[in-house]
Design a binder for this molecule. Structure first.
Ligand code: HEC
Ligand code: HEC
Ligand code: HEC
Ligand code: HEC
Ligand code: HEC
Length: 761
């Protein structure tokens, strides 16, 4: 049984029988699913009602000045045509709950006659699809990509909210993604869900390009539908724009249609069993509410002047964002039994703490406010042994939560402790940390290095994350904070096991550890820290890939180490070959040690670097200035890469309408017995009106050896296929090797060989 129908099946089983049916809708439709409410029905009905009013956007039309009832918002519909399929939009607009059971979007067209409804939905879908290039296409996904996507889906956290392949009741529905999205549309949605769904209910899971593509491939694995090209009908689109405003779409989907939100009766004046809460059709949205949902909403309408206390407000936010799918706070929330098996670890030695997200109990006294913010909004390094990721949410929606958590949690403070000589105290802290002291290294990493059997949270980020009072009290009694922790109690009954350090004074020892760890990454290394040489090399016959920051290239570098000891970094932001070198591949220790902020070091003394700017441009004259690009340019769009059987990549991107496939393979030179790098560029649909130019190299010294072979500086020789005569262009301080790409056909390919032979004269 496929996942989607599985969901539908289960969801249908949940409907409570309604007795006063007057509309066909109520009979068949699945009530809207709010993830946090489904999993945790222990919340008070009043809070549940308030959450429904905001998650179902009731307050978009029935205004209220209560913050906790403010409406969640709806997807941003600009660029719709770039990711979704017109036919599906039409079906969805005609009957949202029928097309996507459990959706939170109501039916706005229910009161129209069938013919009118169909015509209206058609115009609306056409208008929305016209927002975007409409150039959607379907591609098939390689089966290994689908498999990787399946693993990611079931490990990184998607199934905390959505259903795994074995369906689980009460999951946030995905609907029939196959009929809704194109592959590239879904992948770019997943890479940056907050762009299209700014409410943040679908958070950002920090997926890189490849992961997003794999997940999209998996989610669309059953897609067979062929997308027909979009043909714009200006009149129909304009009609759709007007209807978009007329039917109140604009009230929830704020966009550039030129309309204004329609306000109805204020929330506090609503009569309970009328309008949207009745089962009648009328000039109002139709929600497929269950009886329980209705009664929860009525609970709020009857207590409209009630004020929430701080903990209730916290619970409401944790439920709206479904933080409680992964976290527990006091006795509220926590991972559902049925989803527990999907939380897994990279380090089984660490037990449950190595597998499960941390508790939010006392988070306000534990974490420094700046760290709390960072972890919610930007992502912060920490427990990289958990396979589940902490998602990222939009800051604006969580400001209040951060303040509340900070205000509500309480912990007695620890008196200040001063030392005559602070450096002596720090040295004591270092001794305690090392293998001759309390040996924290047995379980914790230090500057990313792992010494003992376990690699729990890095000690050099503790002081950056934690508050001093908490640190003191945690070290005294770790069990009190997490009952099953592996973290030992070192000061049993307040007695130190190391009487020789700071005369065995417990509080002084803990403060000394705190001061020492407050030095963070610049703390001197404790005794016994193992230095691991870290090296990544291509073994056997496959290439290895490392997508990280590289010095001078930026964080969108993609390094590839080939068998045969040739290596490269491709710059996926500027879309150019960034660097090549021979020998071993790379040392990623810089990245691991600094928890993701450092750079990868190529294992070569003299890598050859190229300018970090696009390699392709349309130029008016052969010697025109080369265009520069700031940040990500809309003219250049990276589309990821594919891998061949030896896992060698072909990078793909668009420059305006030109599609480029850029492939690199190592190639043996039989004379020297060494390898060189062969690059094949394939250009598709070049506009014949302009001259497309490829920039092959830039250097103070470029010498033509013959018509297609060029010496670049001392170490590099580039050979270009004969059909493409290259030109050496003199610039102010250097020279460029440029290759005009003339083409009369749909597809043109060019081969470049990068040879290091020249340095071995
Ligand atoms: C797109 C706008 C819109 C949204 C969203 C909306 N409503 Fe309404 N609602 C209306 C309109 C329009 C009426 C009819 C009254 C009127 O003409 O203003 C109405 C009427 C009502 C009434 C009857 C009011 C009365 O006293 O006659 C209730 C109760 C109600 N809505 C509850 C809700 C609830 C609960 C939600 C969310 C689940 C909701 N509405 C969402 C537009 C909306
Ligand atoms: C914290 C809960 C949560 C997590 C974790 C989560 N999602 Fe979602 N997801 C949601 C919610 C809620 C929505 C609907 C959002 C809305 O109403 O705007 C959604 C929407 C979506 C949609 C859009 C469905 C549509 O109809 O267009 C897709 C696709 C999706 N999620 C996939 C994923 C994938 C893949 C992952 C893991 C990488 C994931 N989600 C992780 C809660 C979550
Ligand atoms: C009460 C608020 C509300 C109103 C009014 C509303 N929508 Fe929606 N709409 C939503 C929500 C919430 C979603 C997300 C639903 C989901 O993911 O299940 C959505 C989703 C959509 C989507 C899919 C977008 C995506 O990126 O996946 C389209 C298209 C859409 N609405 C069109 C319309 C049109 C057309 C109208 C007017 C007829 C309309 N909506 C009126 C709340 C609303
Ligand atoms: C898909 C599961 C998931 C969801 C949903 C989720 N988190 Fe997390 N959260 C995690 C994981 C995993 C970590 C551990 C991150 C680390 O330390 O590397 C974490 C860490 C945290 C921490 C740091 C705790 C500590 O002691 O270090 C806070 C605070 C936090 N989350 C708050 C939230 C809030 C608030 C929400 C909702 C807005 C939320 N989380 C939603 C998985 C989740
Ligand atoms: C036997 C293994 C072990 C030893 C030895 C050990 N720890 Fe821990 N420690 C852990 C584990 C496991 C955790 C929980 C990690 C997690 O939440 O992912 C932890 C958590 C902590 C935390 C709380 C971090 C947080 O954010 O929740 C601090 C602080 C800490 N350890 C400091 C130390 C110090 C200082 C030492 C040496 C004096 C030490 N640990 C020795 C296993 C150990």
């Amino acid at each position: 049984m496929n996942r989607v129908t599985g969901n539908l099946f289960i969801a249908l089983g949940l409907i409570t029988v309604q007795t006063t049916l007057t509309s066909s809708l109520a009979q068949t439709a699945v009530p809207p699913v709010i993830g946090g409410l489904q999993q945790h029905s222990d919340i008070e009905p009043l809070l549940a009602g308030g959450i429904l009013l905001s998650e179902l956007n009731c307050t978009a039309c029935h205004s209220s000045n209560k913050k906790w009832l403010s409406f969640k918002g709806a997807p941003d519909l600009s660029g719709t045509g770039n990711r979704m399929i017109e036919d599906h939009l039409k079906e969805f607009i005609t009957d949202p709950a029928g097309t996507k059971p459990g959706t939170t979007m109501p039916n706005l067209l229910d009161h129209l006659s069938e013919a009118e409804r169909n015509q209206t939905a058609k115009a609306l879908a056409h208008y929305l699809t016209s927002n975007g290039s409409g150039s959607v296409s379907n591609q098939n996904t390689a089966s290994d990509s689908v498999e990787r996507g399946r693993v990611l889906y079931h490990t990184v956290g998607c199934v905390a909210c959505h259903s795994p392949e074995n369906p689980i009741e009460g999951s946030v529905p995905l609907g029939s993604l196959e009929s809704k999205y194109t592959l590239s549309g879904l992948a770019s949605f997943l890479r940056n869900p907050l762009l299209t769904r700014p409410s943040g209910r679908m958070p950002d899971l920090n997926l890189n390009h490849e992961e997003a593509a794999d997940l999209a491939g998996y989610l669309l694995r059953n897609q067979t539908r062929q997308v027909s090209p979009f043909i714009l009908d200006v009149q129909l689109a304009e009609q759709g724009r007007i209807l978009f405003n007329k039917h109140g779409c604009i009230t929830c989907h704020q966009n550039n249609s030129g309309g204004e939100a329609n306000q109805s009766i204020a929330l506090k004046n609503l009569r309970e069993n009328e309008g949207c809460l009745s089962n009648r059709k009328g000039n109002w949205p139709r929600y497929a509410l269950s009886n329980e949902q209705k009664s929860d909403i009525i609970e709020v309408l009857q207590n409209i002047n009630l004020r929430l206390n701080e903990e209730q407000e916290i619970q409401t936010t944790l439920t709206k964002f479904n933080c409680i799918a992964c976290h527990r706070r006091n006795s509220y929330g926590g991972i559902a039994e049925s989803r527990n098996e999907y939380f897994s670890s990279q380090d089984p030695n660490l037990g449950e703490q190595g597998r499960l997200p941390p508790t939010l109990t006392g988070a306000g006294v534990k974490l420094k406010p700046a760290w709390l913010r960072q972890i919610l909004v930007q992502g912060a390094p920490g427990r990289n042994y958990l396979n589940t990721r902490m998602p990222q949410f939009p800051a604006s929606h969580l400001e209040r939560l951060m303040v509340l958590i900070d205000q509500t949690d309480q912990l007695p403070s620890v008196d200040p402790i001063s030392f005559a000589k602070i450096n002596d105290a720090k040295r004591a802290g270092r001794d305690l940390t090392g293998t001759d002291g309390l040996n924290c290294l047995a379980c914790h990493t230090f500057k990313g290095k792992r010494t003992g059997a376990m690699g729990a949270l890095d000690l050099t980020v503790m002081a950056q994350r934690l508050q001093r009072d908490w640190f003191h009290q945690y070290l005294l009694q770790p069990q009190q904070f997490s009952p099953n922790t592996l973290m030992p109690t070192y000061w049993i009954n307040g007695q130190s096991q190391k009487p020789e350090i700071l005369e065995g004074r417990t509080n002084d020892q803990i403060e000394a550890l705190w001061l020492y760890l407050s030095e963070g990454y610049s703390a001197g290394e404790p005794r016994g820290l193992r230095r691991e040489p870290m090296k990544l090399v291509s073994t056997n016959s496959e290439a290895v890939m490392l997508r990280r920051s590289y010095r001078g290239i930026g964080k969108r570098g993609i390094g590839v180490g080939y068998p045969g000891e040739v290596n490269l970094v491709y710059n996926a932001e500027q879309l150019c070959l960034a660097m090549i070198w021979r020998g071993e591949f790379a040392d990623p220790a810089g990245v691991w040690r600094s928890q993701g902020h450092g750079t990868v070091r190529p294992l070569s003394r003299n890598p050859i670097s190229f300018p970090q700017m696009p390699e392709l441009a349309f130029l008016d004259r052969p010697n025109a200035d080369w265009p520069t690009v700031q940040g990500r340019s809309e003219h250049y769009q990276f589309n990821g890469y594919t891998l061949d059987e030896q896992r060698r990549p072909t990078f793909r991107y668009h420059y305006l309408n030109v599609q480029v496939d850029d492939n690199f393979v190592e190639t043996l030179n039989p004379e020297s017995g060494t390898h060189f790098l062969r690059r094949t560029l394939v250009f598709k649909s070049i506009s014949p009106q302009k001259t497309l130019v490829f920039r092959a190299a830039e250097n103070a010294e470029i010498i033509a050896k013959n018509s297609n072979r060029f010496q670049i500086g001392n170490n590099l020789r580039i050979t270009i296929s004969k059909e493409f005569p290259a030109q050496i262009i003199n610039l102010k301080n250097s020279r460029q090797l440029r290759v005009p790409i003339h083409s009369n056909s749909e597809e043109t390919s060019m081969i470049l060989d990068y040879n290091w032979e020249a340095d071995r004269k």
